[in-house]
Design a protein around this ligand. Structure first.
Ligand SMILES: Nc1ncnc2c1ncn2[C@@H]1O[C@H](COP(=O)(O)OP(=O)(O)OP(=O)(O)O)[C@@H](O)[C@H]1O
Length: 548
């Protein structure tokens, strides 16, 4: 059991916290935490839920105190009545609610409806606690989602139940072995098997191990992939995170030499050796740039080069409908990433989700700024080995707080590829399609020079299109196919000239170029007045709000 978490529950009880709220799905582990707190503080533990009534817990034994209490006011009356008489309840032979903890399970629906009588009862209890009139009682609310009426916010300590750690996962593996009668030859407590289940709740991990045990009749390192694929499903179900399988290496990214060298220098940053040498975990990087310039590809490639799992966080989905849900979502997603760590957390197009925020506050009742606040505080304070790779296309939409020093280790600007880089990218895409020898070096140089202003994605499209041309004519690929494909494409950079020029200017001193070479001048536009860098002359970038 996460000792830190148990300690914090116990400390809150000892300190007389009026109400403690534990957010988590793991009912059994929450019971265990409360039982531990009860033992530590010498108290009796009562657990109430709608189906099972009030039960008194002592170690592993439990005793029914009162079966048919369905209404919360009745439950609180019982718990808070000063002169509780055991005889009030015929089936409660020797109940004694003083010096006790009452764990109330799953009343989030009532809390969400903000039932006035429930709130006033809890508030009056909290008031008595603050006057030190009710030192013997402690109320803990446990629920899978965070929900707290505003009236109770100041009186409630909210704690998130951490996901099972390695020790707890190990216990689950051993229990599965016992349950399915797996003998020692077909069982090992491989660290990789344990790691594979990190990030799952107790019931999810239990089910994953049970499925493997039923299907294979063994639990060994050979089953790691099965557990990982169960985990992927669970992570996907949450809707916030997606688990990626490494497909590309950093060598599959054309150009971006500065960025790749920076990343290569940190490839062992999460190893034991790095700790021994006194290195800190790198926090992460922010990659800014045009769409299609290889930012997402780099995220995927880092994961495979560093051999770390890659989790993609969909910031758009973080924003849920219910009040408080968005903050809860981001906390949950970060918690999963921390549990799975060391890992890479790829936050794609971070600006889209955070753009609702205005400089003065917010447009959505403060939700965006609270989500941003949660994320930035986590970035600043995190000590776990989660490397954040955030990408953004629209610099103007980025909140200034994100760009401040200390949030990430470095901010890289990914510009359009230079001539040499375009050649590199074309070769990579030809190689990827088994056409690595199809073109001579001279022809590659020619294609690179006529594709000025093309992004990596546009170059890839040209290669794909050219291959279709050759295929439909039933002949091998020729460099002229790619030439035709390039000539019939109007690259994005032509329509975005002003933005690109302004951004290049703005980026100076704020971000490091991802490429090791100076960017090419942009291709000629038809009407030169369209591209006059008017805003640069004024010394500011209109796309960037409040960036100092
Ligand atoms: N530097 C590059 N080297 C090799 N391929 C590239 C490069 N840049 C882009 N590509 C190709 O273009 C595809 C799209 O690029 P990618 O998704 O990485 O761009 P992005 O900068 O993340 O853009 P977006 O923000 O639109 O996702 C990649 O899958 C890759 O095949």
């Amino acid at each position: 059991m996460s000792e830190l978490f148990s300690d914090s529950v116990t400390t809150n009880i000892r300190a007389g916290a009026p109400i403690i709220q534990i957010i988590g799905h793991d009912t059994l582990r929450i019971h265990a935490v409360c039982l531990e707190a009860a033992q530590e503080t010498n108290r009796t533990l009562y657990i109430w839920n709608r189906c099972r009534g009030i039960r008194e817990f002592q170690g592993t034994s439990e005793q029914l105190i009162k079966e048919n209490i369905n209404q919360l006011p009745e439950l609180l009356d019982w718990y808070l009545s000063e002169s509780f008489e055991p005889d009030d309840f015929s089936d409660a032979p020797d109940a004694e609610q003083s010096n006790s903890i009452l764990l109330i399970e799953d009343i989030h629906a009532e809390l969400e409806q903000a039932d006035p009588s429930l709130i006033s009862q809890l508030r009056s209890y909290a008031l008595q606690k603050s006057r030190l009139e009710l030192t013997d009682q402690a109320i803990i609310l446990s629920q899978p989602v965070s929900c707290l009426p505003v009236e109770l916010q100041k009186d409630t300590q909210v704690l998130s139940m951490p996901l099972p750690d390695r020790e707890e996962i190990k216990t689950l593996i051993e229990a599965t072995k016992e349950h399915y009668g797996i003998d020692d030859r077909d069982f090992d407590e491989s660290a990789r098997l344990i790691d594979a289940a990190l990030g799952l709740s107790t019931s999810e991990a239990q089910l994953a191990f049970a499925k493997v045990a039923v299907a294979k009749g063994r639990l060994t390192e050979a089953e790691v992939d099965l557990v990982v694929s169960e985990k992927e499903q669970v992570i996907r179900k949450s809707g916030l995170l997606e688990y990626f399988h490494p497909q590309f290496a950093l060598e599959d990214v054309g150009g971006l030499q500065n960025l790749k060298s920076w990343l290569n220098r940190r490839s062992e940053a999460f190893s034991e050796n790095a700790r021994k040498c006194g290195l800190e975990y790198p926090k992460g990087v922010l990659m800014l740039g045009l769409p299609g310039t290889g930012k997402s590809l780099t995220a995927k490639a880092v994961s495979s080069s560093w051999q770390l799992p890659l989790l993609r966080l969909d910031m758009g989905k973080v924003f849920g409908g219910i009040v408080g849900q968005s903050e809860e979502n981001i906390r949950n997603a970060l918690q999963v990433a921390e549990t799975i760590s060391p890992c890479i957390l790829w936050v794609d197009e971070i600006e889209k989700a955070l753009s609702g925020m205005q400089s003065s506050g917010s447009t959505d009742g403060g939700t965006t700024s609270r989500v941003l606040g949660t994320f930035l505080t986590w970035m600043q304070e995190k000590t776990s080995p989660v490397f954040v790779l955030a990408t953004a296309n629209h610099i103007e939409m980025l909140p200034p707080e994100l760009l401040r020093k200390g949030r990430v280790d470095e901010i890289f600007f990914v510009d359009l590829p230079t001539c040499e880089e375009r050649k590199d990218i074309l070769s990579i895409h030809l190689r990827r399609r088994d056409r690595g020898d199809a073109l001579s070096d001279d022809n590659l140089n020619r294609l690179a020079s006529i594709s000025k202003g093309f992004t990596g994605a546009e170059l890839e499209e040209a290669v794909k299109e050219a291959m279709f041309m050759a295929f439909s004519d039933d002949r091998p690929l020729q460099w002229t196919d790619i030439e035709r494909a390039i000539q019939s494409t109007s690259p994005l950079s032509v329509t975005m000239q002003e933005t690109i020029l302004d951004t290049r200017e703005w980026i100076k001193g704020r971000a490091v170029p991802a490429s090791a070479v100076k960017p090419d001048p942009l291709p000629e536009a038809k009407d030169k007045s369209d591209v006059r860098p008017r805003l640069i002359q004024e010394g500011k970038n209109p796309f960037v709000k409040n960036n100092k």
